[in-house]
Design a protein around this ligand. Sequence first.
Ligand code: NAD
Ligand code: MG
Length: 389
Amino acid sequence: MTNKTKKRIAIFGSTGSIGTQALDVIAANPELFSAEVLTAMTNDALLIKQALAFQPAIVVIGDEKKYPIVKEALSGTDTQVYCGEKALQEVASMDVYDMMLAAIVGYAGLKPTLMAIEAGKAIALANKETLVVAGDIIIRKAMEFRVPIIPVDSEHSAIFQCLVGEGRNKIEKIILTASGGPFLGRKPNFLMNVKREHALQHPNWSMGAKITIDSATLMNKGLEVIEARWLFNLKPEQIQVVIHPQSIIHSMVQFEDGSIKAQMGLPDMKLPIQYAMAFPQRIPNTFPRYNFKQPNTLQFDEPDLKTFRNLALALEAMKQGGNMPCILNAANEIAVYAFLKNRIGFLDMTDVVEKTMQNVAHIAEPTLEDYFETDGEARTFADSLIQMY
Ligand code: NAD
Ligand code: MG
């Protein structure tokens, strides 16, 4: 295969959990993929190491103070170095790649992803916050510019895989599975004393800090319900969350005849990452396989919405619609980082989100500008709450 037939990948957020695993997939399949853009916020050392190994056309370091270090380290190479938030957006529209792996964490991923869509790039979407904040606009733009958005989030990849070959067959509902996180079965009197170190231990997945906390509070599942709603064009009542502690069934689709399809496998993000990058092909790998010969039980249960109120708040935000999910997301980002800095307790995160939802003005049909403004307002309000703890 010549160089030209390789899919050129831009990894936005290459130094993160998803980004580094995506580079493992590229390294294992050099005849299929090349890494042409790599971006990082602060980790200059890892970004430099990645650039020397993969020789991308462009790297972007978000933190401008780190620019001279990265520039100097890559001076003997053909890689161009840029820095800052604006550069992330500019590079997203450049003609040096075919598919963006959107693996930046949080709201920061929204603008680069939008630019990529408007430049006609295919999107492998890990950054769920983009769809939570502005799902209506993102999906509309993707249709307008005829770009595929292929989910990387394991649950959404599962649903996407279940839908392959189903043509126009209607979905009755989808069943999103949730591991329940490290505090499954716990009650508020336990959760109020939880520290960052406990919350950062996830039983089944090793992930970045923000999503690990979101998994412990079940906010992650709430964000995923909203993500699913936009990706698969569903009504809120068509989405059910089921606790499945083993994380073997990654999610399910129930069709109009009552038949349920599930996608299964050991929990390993490399699988949905490589599926999104290679779609519609499947590519062989040597990842460990699930073993039916070993005794094992797959369990299913209802989520405890009274204890894990973040999930209830996300469902409420989805029902209210408009900019409410954007408000929820912004307040949650502020709350999670405050918890990670030991500024507020585990249950305080929920209070910050709830109060911010009650106080920032609801807009039923927001424009993109409205979303940007809402994000700023909600952050300011959530920050002011945190000052009071
Ligand atoms: P992470 O924290 O490990 O990595 C985040 C990446 O984004 C890093 O490369 C970092 O440099 C970059 N980044 C952070 N803030 C930035 C900013 N303000 N501007 C530009 N770049 C910035 O996160 P992760 O766990 O890899 O998650 C990435 C995204 O994928 C999240 O949206 C998460 O919800 C989603 N996701 C992750 C997993 C997982 O297993 N880690 C699974 C499903 C979905
Ligand atoms: Mg997920």
